[in-house]
Design a protein around this ligand. Sequence first.
Ligand SMILES: Nc1ncnc2c1ncn2[C@@H]1O[C@H](COP(=O)(O)OP(=O)(O)O)[C@@H](O)[C@H]1O
Ligand SMILES: [Mg+2]
Length: 371
Amino acid sequence: MEKLAIIGANEFQNPLIEKARRMGFETHVFAWAAGDVGERTADHFHPISITEKEAIWQVCREVGVSACCSIGSDLAVGTVNYIQRKLGNPCNPEITDTVATDKYQMRRALREAGIPCPDFLAVARTPERRTVEAMGWPLIVKPTDRSGSRGIFKAESYEDLCANLPAAIGQSFQKRAVIEQFIPGPEYSCEAVSFDGRHHILSLTKKYTTGAPHFIETGHAEPADIPAALLPGIYREMERALDALQIRYGASHGEFKLTVDGHVRIVEIGARMGGDCIGSDLVYLSTGVDYMAAVIDTARGVAPDLAPKREPCRAEIRFIFSPADAAEMERVRAAAPDRVWRAVYDGLAGAPVTDSSNRHGYWITTAPLTH
Ligand SMILES: Nc1ncnc2c1ncn2[C@@H]1O[C@H](COP(=O)(O)OP(=O)(O)O)[C@@H](O)[C@H]1O
Ligand SMILES: [Mg+2]
């Protein structure tokens, strides 16, 4: 039986573990033991932190895995690629591990490639007033190397920046934050898979957030409500950005905003699937393409099969913040159970949500596509 290493065991990784098992692989799952669902669904669970690359490699070597993959975690990207390189499998160059996970290096790489970017700078402490005032308000501040909206805030003034910047720097592993100009406009993401440097854009996702100041994701919907005339330009720009980060293999999740005249402005790009069930569920539901199988095959050096495997539909995930959200989920579940693809709820709606990691659950619905 062919053996596959999967990095991460939490709720959002679990669909990949289950998919790999359905495809007939023996799954070896690596994560810090925390009682996560993947610890039970894996054929073999190895309680090693996902950042312990060398220890994970030793086990992979002993076990004889043929490939390594994961779903939507920036923290896992470096480890997945480390194992893939050790195995001699095709994967992205080392530079991609950095430029696709460090928001400052990402901006530099995009700008060097001529991709339009907001003005930005990286700081380890509060900069002088005139340095940031020159960029103009509002500004957005983010830890250089975190995700899930941790430490994100929109600053409207220098005082605002001074009050909130230390928290963003504190969240960063490198103890640095990026300050950049705020890009107005609706927000989307682009889900793709690349093989041998060729990018296949599978879908665009509309993103909903709590808005300022922290922009925590409240939901995602596919397909996105973008006029067809804009799509070729968006695809071209996203492909250019993927090339700028030297993404050549595997999944990518490119977040962007659209300006009023329909131009793409990149927010960030991950060299991995979109989290929040975008990669594991929404792409498959809205396009019929088995994205998880494509990612597993790409990791094994096999060209992905992008033929639709089911009738595409409208797919939407909504996250539970408040008791009203939980009540809405229950209402939809009772009224139209066949529309609910999956629902997960911790029973604690109403307790404070500070970033994506402490939202209280989600539900995914499907509906017929309207043409
Ligand atoms: N330059 C920007 N202009 C406007 N909004 C931004 C900008 N950068 C980030 N955001 C908002 O903050 C959210 C989180 O920022 P992002 O860079 O995606 O970090 P994370 O890794 O936490 O998702 C984005 O989804 C977007 O809503
Ligand atoms: Mg993001």
